[in-house]
Design a protein around this ligand. Structure first.
Ligand SMILES: *[C@@H]1O[C@H](CO)[C@@H](O)[C@H](O)[C@H]1NC(C)=O
Ligand SMILES: *[C@@H]1O[C@H](CO)[C@@H](O)[C@H](O)[C@H]1NC(C)=O
Ligand SMILES: *[C@@H]1O[C@H](CO)[C@@H](O)[C@H](O)[C@H]1NC(C)=O
Ligand SMILES: *[C@@H]1O[C@H](CO)[C@@H](O)[C@H](O)[C@H]1NC(C)=O
Length: 362
């Protein structure tokens, strides 16, 4: 039975691999079915070689740390979801023209959006691996070994099992950077010639996954007679990923414009601004306006997007539709309403329907 299952998953994987031969990045892991660690128990090597989007170095890491792969995929997915949430009201909504590499062509230009995408997906991986360690899912790591914070009250215990952000950060950096390091070594190779900008950008935006690391905080639980909380046990806990997303979005808004010098280094376009720190986002290409579909820039265009007729912000029809105008239609929305609390203990609601006006870009 196990061998049958393995055959089945191998077949499934190889059909996915074919589908995704174009995949240019480990992000495609978010879309491939690397969901079950048990598939890696036997015959792991072929699985690693069939996963789409891995560089040779990442393939090696896959072989060494097979059980991590599902969590890398999960982390990338978390990152993408957060990206789509943060940009839900923008013209660029973090969706992709071609499915193969999750974020599609947008990654071929060195824009702010590209920088954000690197940041949020790497942060997602740190998050997923740190949590997996704590939950005992990985054999090479366990609870966090972070030192007791100095400001923790003396009678509180430090010792619950914390999210292992130290490990998650190190591993994610190793894995995410593997591809770029190779590219740097393979000077003059075709790939190097083709995407030097995003490569540079990736290196310069190197430390963004630290956001996850730094935002992890102390969580505590009360003990003691009947909830008296006379004793507390504390541990390190990941921040909610939404908070990480919010912070990265702020970095996106204040990202620094850079230019590439003849020596292949980055320097500030406007030297009056402060030098970006390793934790700031930087970009080298101006963003397209994302109004029209354009395969080169990875823009999907905004035709068919919902917009808000009364908003003057980016989600308003004027800006969202780039002045092309919009169509109105009626849509029926079903909501829970007239909810009543019943003793004890459930809530019963009715379904109400409401007809609302909606607007989509021409
Ligand atoms: C992208 O994937 C979805 C389902 O995952 C599919 O319906 C759609 O046709 C794909 N689009 C392209 C351009 O391949
Ligand atoms: C797509 O964008 C590129 C780069 O901005 C531009 O040169 C090209 O003309 C655009 N193509 C179309 C069809 O608009
Ligand atoms: C993003 O916008 C495109 C059209 O421009 C739409 O097809 C897609 O569903 C949107 N994605 C999300 C996550 O809203
Ligand atoms: C549209 O924008 C207005 C003004 O910003 C806001 O009050 C309203 O809630 C928005 N409507 C929807 C459906 O988001």
């Amino acid at each position: 039975m196990p061998s049958l299952l393995l055959l089945f998953t191998a077949a499934l994987l190889s059909s996915w691999a074919q589908l995704l031969t174009d995949a240019s990045s480990w992000w495609s892991l978010a879309m491939s079915p690397v969901q079950r660690p048990e598939m890696f128990i036997i015959g792991a090597q072929p699985v690693c070689s069939q996963l789409p989007g891995l560089s040779p170095g990442q393939r090696k890491l896959c072989q060494l740390y097979q059980e991590h792969m599902a969590y890398i995929g999960e982390g990338a997915k978390t990152g993408i979801k957060e990206c789509q949430y943060q940009f839900r009201q923008r013209r660029w909504n973090c969706s992709t023209v071609d499915n193969t590499s999750v974020f599609g062509r947008v990654m071929q230009i060195g824009s702010r959006e590209t920088a954000f995408t690197y940041a949020v997906s790497a942060a997602g991986v740190v998050n997923a691996i740190s949590r997996a360690c704590r939950e005992g899912e990985l054999s090479t790591c366990g609870c966090s070994r972070a030192a007791r914070p100095k400001d923790l009250p003396r009678d509180w215990l430090w010792g619950g099992c914390g999210d292992n952000v130290e490990y998650g950060y190190r591993f994610a950096k190793e894995f995410v950077d593997a591809r770029e390091r190779e590219k740097n070594f393979a000077k003059g190779s075709e790939e190097q010639g083709r995407v030097p900008k995003t490569n540079l950008l990736k290196n310069e935006n190197g430390d963004f996954s630290k956001a996850v690391y730094k935002m992890a905080d102390v969580a505590c639980k009360c003990h003691g007679v009947s909830g008296s909380c006379s004793l507390k046990t504390c541990w390190l806990q990941l921040a909610e990923f939404r908070k990480v997303g919010d912070q990265l979005k702020e970095k996106y808004d204040s990202a620094a414009a850079m230019r590439i010098t003849r020596r292949g280094k980055l320097e500030l376009v406007n030297s009056r601004f402060n030098q970006p720190t390793p934790e700031d986002l930087v970009y080298v290409d101006p963003s397209p306006d994302y109004c029209l579909r354009n395969e080169t820039t990875g823009s999907l265009g905004t035709q068919g997007r919902l917009c808000n007729k009364t908003s003057e912000g980016m989600d308003g029809c004027e800006l969202m539709c780039c002045g092309r105008g919009y169509d109105q239609f009626k849509s029926v929305q079903v909501e829970r309403c007239h909810c009543k609390f019943h003793w004890c203990c459930f809530v019963k609601c009715k379904k109400c329907t409401e007809v609302v006006d909606q607007y989509v870009c021409k």
